[in-house]
Design a protein. Structure first.
Length: 176
């Protein structure tokens, strides 16, 4: 089985490798294929973020020999005056079965929320807020704001595992 992750982000690739090896064993080969999400650099709202994950998974599945496309997309959601992180995953199999899942809603500090409301992407906003660099390819906002108790990779592992449910237990999702 060849699974292709629609990203060059090392955190997303590592999350896919961890989950897919745990689920499918060593028989799965994981490759990365940078693809465009089709939704811009910083999606706002669950619908747009999910669309980005779906776009990535479908594009990754077009890689020659791919039997599974994986799309992971981070976004932001506004609830009242607060801004939260959001993560969505889509998994598309070669026979067209699509699994999706989302989560990882973490409240952002007011200063970061203000910066992203002004149009900044979350990764650079967190870099400026903390004085660190390239956090979106490392621990992410989640790792920083939970003092390392959870990180971006673990959050992506969680939503990828949930997205696989439709592929792992198809009888429960039989609509007809």
């Amino acid at each position: 089985m060849k699974a292709v992750v629609g990203s060059a982000n090392p955190v997303k690739i590592a999350a896919a490798r961890s989950v897919l090896r745990r689920v499918y064993g060593r028989a799965v080969r994981i490759e990365a294929c940078p693809v465009d999400s089709g939704i811009g650099e910083q999606p706002w709202g669950d619908e747009l973020t999910l669309q980005g994950a779906l776009n990535r998974a479908r594009a990754a599945l077009q890689t020659p020999g791919a039997s599974l496309g994986v799309g992971l997309e981070g976004g932001l959601v506004k609830v009242g005056r607060r801004v939260f992180t959001s993560a969505w995953c889509a998994v598309v199999s070669e026979d067209g079965v699509t699994g999706v899942a989302g989560g990882a809603n973490l409240l952002l500090p007011a200063a970061v929320a203000e910066t992203v409301r002004g149009g900044a992407e979350l990764g650079p906003a967190m870099d400026a807020f903390t004085g660190l660099s390239n956090t979106k390819h490392q621990e992410g906002a989640i790792g920083i704001l939970t003092a390392g108790h959870l990180n971006r990779q673990a959050a992506y592992e969680h939503v990828l595992t949930l997205a696989l449910a439709r592929l792992l237990t198809p009888a429960y999702y039989d609509e007809g």
